[in-house]
Write a protein that binds this ligand. Structure first.
Ligand code: SAM
Length: 235
């Protein structure tokens, strides 16, 4: 059986990404599994699964969007997905990792300190509140496993500059979710540019990246307070 290192290297090679970042990615994975013993960070605990279902899954984003030198906010980053692998693999990107759970942000700050990722900003906050002072400040927003697309777009799109994009990592069976979010996306100033399915190298797992271009400013009435978003999601 191939080692985690080999699987990760092969996966990065398949994507055409920098294989030289393997050690940094593995250090992140080790720190994640170590901290996971005392803090709820991930349900995935096998190192091979972490390499494939977390690291390579997130790395796929870089095959579909060029984040070089771009400002990126990862909304609901949790234990750093997809933001941390993106930052490791694309060090020129200016990543902000945002989460409403402070202990997860504390963990991510420790990872940044250990890996020498000095430009990464680890921010404790709720997206709908952070958006108030960061309207249209980012070239890209990213997110995985945070909320249904209509809700998620209200959290993320207000922070994206016109001309930028929201990269939403979703499952391949999100067609209905996408259909239900069409009107919300338009109301928020977005437009679905592409829906790209990919297979995680070394697995049969297929996931999807939904690329939502910001085509006009988001009306200042969005985002609303979370209680209102939840009670009356945009339809
Ligand atoms: N994105 C990570 C991943 O794919 O592994 C974490 C997913 S976890 C299921 C959802 C995360 O979103 C949690 O860490 C939660 O604290 C965060 N979250 C939920 N709503 C949020 C909001 N409005 N603003 C910021 N973070 C939020």
């Amino acid at each position: 059986m191939r080692s985690t290192t080999e699987l990760l290297q092969q996966g990065l090679q398949t994507y055409g990404l920098d294989v030289g970042k393997t050690d940094q990615l593995l250090t992140f994975a080790e720190l994640l599994l170590e901290k996971n013993q005392v803090m709820n960070l991930t349900a995935i605990t096998d190192p091979v699964d972490v390499a494939q279902l977390h690291l390579l899954d997130c790395a796929a984003v870089l095959t579909m969007a060029d984040l070089k030198g771009k400002s990126v906010i990862d909304v609901g980053t949790g234990a750093g997905f997809p933001g941390m692998p993106l930052q490791i693999l694309e060090p020129t990107a200016k990543l902000t990792l945002l989460d409403s759970l402070n202990k997860r942000i504390g963990f991510l700050q420790e990872v940044c300190d250990t890996l020498g990722l000095h430009t990464t900003r680890c921010v404790h906050g709720r997206a709908e509140e952070y958006a108030r002072n960061h309207r249209e400040k980012f070239d890209y927003a990213t997110s995985r496993a945070v909320a249904a697309l209509n809700v998620l777009c209200e959290l993320a799109l207000p922070m994206v500059k016109v001309g930028g994009a929201f990269l939403a990592m979703k499952s391949v069976d999100c067609d209905e979710e996408l259909r239900q979010a069409k009107s919300a996306i338009a109301q928020l100033g977005g437009s679905v540019e592409a829906v790209r399915d990919y297979t995680i190298p070394g697995t049969d797992v297929r996931h999807r990246l939904v690329i939502i271009r910001k085509v006009k400013p988001t009306p200042v009435t969005f985002p609303r307070a979370f209680a209102r978003i939840k009670k009356n999601p945009l339809i």
